[in-house]
Each structure stands twice: as C-alpha cells, then as structure tokens.
Ligand binder design. Structure first.
Ligand code: KG4
Ligand code: ZN
Length: 343
C-alpha cells in the first residue's frame, strides 16, 4: 500500500511558533512555543517576535520530528504561513521552510493564515464533536488579527462576506483587558474573571455598521471612556466591579458576533456555522452560539478544540496537506505578505 504523505507545517505569523507533523489528517505532533516576553510590553513587539522565531523554529521542528516518531527523511512536503502577519516573523518562517525544502529536496506549500484557521476544522478530530463541516458552510474567523465571515464553498473556494473595518475583536479585547489591568493576551483573562460576574450589569453601545462588516473601535472607545470616567470618581472602580465588567463585555461581544452571523445566514441560506481563531476559545461565545442554534435542528455549529483555536502548526499542516493532494505546490521564490489578501 502507498504510504500516506507526511506534511510538516510551520506557523510564525505573529508571536507563537507552531510546528506540527500530520499524516492522513492525523496529528502526529503539534508543538507550540509561546513568547512570554511580550507580556510586559502589553502587546507583541515585532522585532522581538522575529528574533525569537529564529531561535524557536529549529527547536520546535526538532521536537515535532522527535515526538512524531519519524525520521526527517520521511517528510514529503513542508508547508508554512506566507501571510498575513508580521513581516519579520513571516520572513523567518519562510526562510526556514525554503531551506528545509531545498535541503531535503521536498516540495514547498504556502498557506494563507486565515484560510488555515478556516480549514483547522479538517484536522482529524479537531472539532469538539469530531466531525467535519460539509460544504458550503459559514466560517466566523475571530482572532487577534482578524474578524471575518467567510462563505466556504470548497477547501480553496472561499468568499469573504464581511470583515472588520477597523480593529479585530481580539485586538479590542486585548486593549480593553490592558485597561482592566491584565497582561497580553487579555482575552483569556477577561474570560477567567467573568466567572460569577453579572453580565447584565453594564451596557455598552453595539456597533451600527450595516451589512456583514464589523467595527469594534466605537465599542472599544465606549468601554475605555466609561472606565476612565468611573476611575476619575473612584480609583477602585475596576477592582470592585471586575467580574461584572468582564462578564458584561464578554456578553456584548458574543451578541455582536451572533447578530452578524444571523444576518449572514439570512443572506446566504447556509445553516452550517464553523467558528475559528483564538477568540473562538471563549466559553461565553461558544455557549451563545451553541444555545442559540440549538433551537432548530437545521443548524449545525462546529467548534474547534481549544488547542486548534489559537495559532498552531497543525492548521498550517492540514492546509498544506489539502494543497498537496491537489498538487498546489509553490516555488522558493514566493514572498511573504503582511496584509490581508482576498483569496
Ligand atoms: O488566532 P490567534 O492565536 O492569533 C491571531 O491570528 O491573531 O488569536 C489571538 C487572540 C488574542 O487577541 C487573544 O486575546 C484571543 O485570541 N483569545 C481569547 C481567548 N483565548 C485567546 N479571547 C477571548 N477569550 C479567550 N478564551
Ligand atoms: Zn491566527
């Protein structure tokens, strides 16, 4: 029987270094090295991120090969994130992947980071109910870099229906979290402190953008100005209301996202919804989507397992594998791109 191809995926678009090896959609290894240094700066420092990728990628590749229990000569192709992301970080990953492909004389596969978040659902058992979404489906990509609703007609036939016009949802939560006194990334901290909070205690304005686009800068300013006013009167305001603030911010965020997805469903008639990206790890967002769509059996909601929500190498490897199966190879002359491109 012919050996199923083994693909290595390298992710380095932001601060996390992710390297994964997959075969036949099964994850043989999935290594993530987080860069803790950015915590003290309140956000990712691009120069530091690229320098650390340079140190972390070889380490993560060695670990991934070791824990997959394979020999590096068994790898059939190397896939890596070409963009969008921080250009320095992308260049480090691209240089490594190109050298790896030339050294081992194996094909090179380039991956769009957003497509990889969308396709993370096709990793074997990546979804909480261990099934794959059927085409067409609507993908809500919510991360630190992006907020988009994408109509997915096939693996590489995707149409962007709506995007954020300003900040991404992850960026918004991280900035609010910073004001609340949390370090970067603040999204998980908001989730943690929202437990036992009253999610109706504080009301913030929802964006009024028509159509399927998002806007979060107004919501962010509303929260930040509210906190400033309250802190002027009472320096302990955040401390005394932390759980209620986090719960209220989280509830409104989940409602904004749900309302847009409802609109996209009305527009397209598609009733399968797949969430992805770091912010889709959020408990309240997951709960809101599952409980709303549980009302009617025609809807199906797909939630990625938490390890596949944040940036990871497995989503790059699965996208690479899907390209490999379609002979969508690239040359070593490809150039990383920092800005989001239409697919
Ligand atoms: O997908 P990701 O790892 O990187 C990008 O592609 O941007 O997403 C990172 C974002 C950060 O903004 C982080 O605060 C947010 O995901 N995040 C969360 C949670 N876990 C990560 N936001 C809310 N709740 C969470 N549990
Ligand atoms: Zn991402």
């Amino acid at each position: 029987m012919k050996k199923k191809p083994i693909i290595i995926g390298i992710e380095s678009s932001c601060d996390d270094t992710g390297v994964s090896i997959i075969q036949n959609r099964n994850v043989l290894s999935n290594i993530i090295i987080h860069q803790k240094i950015h915590k003290k700066y309140g956000g990712v420092v691009p120069e530091l991120a690229s320098r650390l990728h340079d140190i972390n990628i070889p380490k993560a590749v060695q670990k991934a090969i070791f824990s997959a229990k394979i020999d590096r000569y068994q790898i059939d192709a190397v896939s890596f994130t070409l963009g969008p992301g921080l250009i320095g970080s992308l260049l480090v990953g691209a240089s490594f992947a190109k050298s790896f492909s030339m050294g081992l004389e194996i094909p090179l596969l380039t991956v769009d980071h957003i497509q990889a978040h969308v396709l993370s659902h096709f990793i074997q058992n990546a979804n909480v109910n261990n099934s794959y979404p059927k085409f067409p489906f609507l993908s809500l990509v919510i991360s630190g870099g992006h907020t988009q609703i994408i109509q997915v007609n096939d693996f590489f036939q995707m149409k962007i229906l709506g995007s954020t016009l300003d900040d991404s949802i992850g960026e918004t939560l991280d900035k609010i979290a910073r004001k609340l006194g949390f370090h970067y990334p603040g999204g998980p901290m908001i989730e943690f402190f929202s437990k036992n909070g009253n999610d109706k205690k504080f009301i913030f304005s929802k964006p009024t953008v028509s159509g399927l686009d998002f806007s979060f800068s107004g919501f962010k300013s509303d929260v930040l100005q509210f906190l400033k006013k309250k802190l002027n009167k009472n320096t302990f305001f955040i401390k005394h209301n932390l759980s209620d603030l986090c719960a209220s911010i989280q509830r409104i965020t989940a409602e904004i996202l749900l309302e847009k997805v409802q609109k996209a469903i009305l527009k397209t008639g598609i009733s399968r919804i797949a969430l992805s990206g770091g912010v889709s790890a959020n408990y309240e967002i997951r709960r809101t989507f599952v409980s709303f769509f549980a009302k009617d059996t025609k809807y199906e909601v797909f939630l990625p397992k938490k390890k596949y929500t944040m940036d990871n190498g497995a989503m790059i490897a699965i996208t690479g594998l899907l390209k490999y199966e379609r002979n969508l190879f690239d040359s070593v002359h490809v150039i990383p791109y920092s800005k989001f491109k239409t697919f």
